[in-house]
Structures are given as C-alpha cells and as structure tokens.
Write a protein of this length. Structure first.
Length: 146
C-alpha cells in the first residue's frame, strides 16, 4: 500500500470535496412546488461523481508503488481554488452565462491553455450546453439578468 502517491492524495481530496459538495447541496431549499427535479438533485449527482472518481483514484494510489508527493501549495492550485470560491460566492448575483463563461476561460488560462480557438470555443460551448440543458431540458431556472 502506497499512501505516499499522487493518486492517493488526489483521490482523498476528491472524496472530501464530494462530501463537502453533498453537504452544501443538502442545504439547498426545495423551492416552489414544481413538476421538476429538486434544485439539489444535480449538485448531489455531481458530488456522487466526485466521490466515486476519488474512490477509484484512491484505490489506484494505494495499489501503486510509493513516490514523492508534489507541493500542495502550488500557485496554480491556489489560483484555481480562489477562482472557484469567487464563482461560488457570486453565483446567485451574476448572470449564469457570463459567470460560467468567465470561470471557464480563467480556469483554462490558469491551467496553462494558450490556444486561442480553444479559449473561444470550449467556454462558449460548455456554458451554452449547460444553460440549455438545465433551462430547457430540466426546466431549472438559473440566475440570469433580464
């Protein structure tokens, strides 16, 4: 068993993150009585996916040989964490389309993507896909400016 392995650390972090997202999701109110899924359904689904991915990584890390761990306070990790906190904190006050597009572009830049076409196409496609799916397929209202 290799507790000192990158996958072990990442898997543990994903499991903890999934648990935190699940706890936060359980605090989302049901909202008005509607013929749709509750607002907490998809965040809980995402939390389950995070925890499951974390479990897979954890098991892989425990089965692999030990290796030196990378620095936990890498500037890119801290910047991405701060961006996520800012996105989460401003979510209900900002138009979903603008906030999600901006989050995607900045996250891609933080992670080192410098491809102009990708920086244009991917954030637009992801934001539009999520918005259309939640708004029209699942009929879940997202914060938008009128």
């Amino acid at each position: 068993m290799a507790i000192r392995h990158t996958n072990t650390v990442a898997g543990s972090a994903l499991i903890l993150g999934g648990g935190a997202v699940a706890l936060l999701s359980l605090q989302i109110g049901r909202g008005p009585a509607m013929n749709t899924l509750p607002a907490s359904f998809f965040p809980l689904l995402c939390a389950s996916g995070l925890a499951l991915a974390g479990l897979v990584l954890l098991v892989r890390g425990l089965r692999a040989p030990a290796e030196p761990l990378p620095a936990l306070l890498e500037p890119r990790v801290l910047a991405l964490g701060a961006l996520m906190a800012l996105y989460f904190g401003t979510f209900q006050h900002m138009d979903f389309r603008l906030g999600s597009w901006l989050f995607a572009v900045l996250a891609m830049l933080i992670l080192g993507n410098r491809s102009g076409p990708q920086l244009v196409i991917v954030p637009l496609a992801v934001t539009a896909g999520i918005y259309v799916t939640f708004r029209y397929l699942f009929t879940i209202l997202l914060p938008v400016w009128s």
